[in-house]
Design a protein around this ligand. Sequence first.
Ligand code: ADP
Ligand code: MG
Length: 399
Amino acid sequence: MQTISDLGDLRGKRVLVRSDLNVPLDGTTISDDGRIRASLPTLERLAAAGARVLVTAHLGRPKGTPDPAYSLKPVAQRLGELWGQPVLFAGDTTGDEAHHVAAALQDGQIAVLENVRFNPGETSKDDAERGAFADELAALADVFVSDGFGVVHRKQASVYDVATRLPAAVGGLVQAEVEVLKRLTESPERPYVVVLGGSKVSDKLGVIDNLLEKADTLLIGGGMVFTFLAAQGHGVGSSLLESDQIDVAREYIERAAARGVDLVLPSDVVVAPEFSADAPATTVPADAIPDDQMGLDIGPDASQVFAQHVRDARTVFWNGPMGVFEFAAFAGGTRAVAEALTQTDGLSVVGGGDSAAAVRQLGFADDAFGHISTGGGASLEYLEGKTLPGLAILEEKTS
Ligand code: ADP
Ligand code: MG
């Protein structure tokens, strides 16, 4: 894959950058600017090289038509504050305003184009419609830089099609993400421990499937644990349970045993009579969950065991909270695993939107981990062994 250094002298060139600026908004207030901060280094680098930088990105899920609730204007404003220089903004993506801004840009300036998903061509399943919109995007610039890791698994105009129409390279953020994911898939240092949690088994089937071939130890917590406990024949009370996945869970348990992968389920569970922040919490053995209780976290014994596995690992990948960390009484397992990740000497990687939010909410610093992925869906698909269209197209171009 070409990188920015392969693009040659960028002074005076108009560079279209696909970034991931999809931040959570409270009205027009940005509640977490992590993705803007993560996008800044590539934009700054291009500007410093004298490029005229045009940023294209999406925000939320507008319905292919302009909707002020999803405007990127506050994001452009915040980007300017973080950069310390004014950032221009175009009120459309490829229309008159975008062309006007593109023409007015000086060397070393940055402009943000309005939400790319205000245009139906962006996410269209019809190749011709998407292609026509990609033509409009390409007409704004001389080269393309793909730096939105959170969207590289999408076959969309500003991610995939535009890369076929301009000289193209990956940006620093995508490059860094891919390097880490390669270390997890190609030759991980052992022991390689994978911690999986979150709400549903069905969301994570592909990853479990693929990682069963690669990891030494698989620690399972979160809501998905109860489907595994049910597969072992235990009652799970009113815990989250996916009855239609019990057979799959049983097959994974058998496959792990056959392959010599240590698949570890929690020995104890924190339960409560209902899903609420102030429900009375008690700890019970995982094979003795009362009928009228639901499991909302892994227990203290399990937390210790999981943490020890993580600390002893040379490579750890963690996706999915161990419990309902949003409620303090059920955050213990997630905190224990997060803390252990900060203590391991090996490579520690956190993937998944809620997992990343959990470590920040629990007060851990980003740099205490080896890597926190900015793209939950994209990193999971990569680990599933799927082809990510936004990366594949850039690989094709240089091969
Ligand atoms: P990620 O975004 O990191 O991939 P998921 O979206 O799969 O993670 O899951 C996150 C959610 O799982 C959290 O909101 C958390 O409250 C929930 N969760 C974790 N454990 C349980 C549980 N035992 N019961 C219900 N929900 C749970
Ligand atoms: Mg999630």
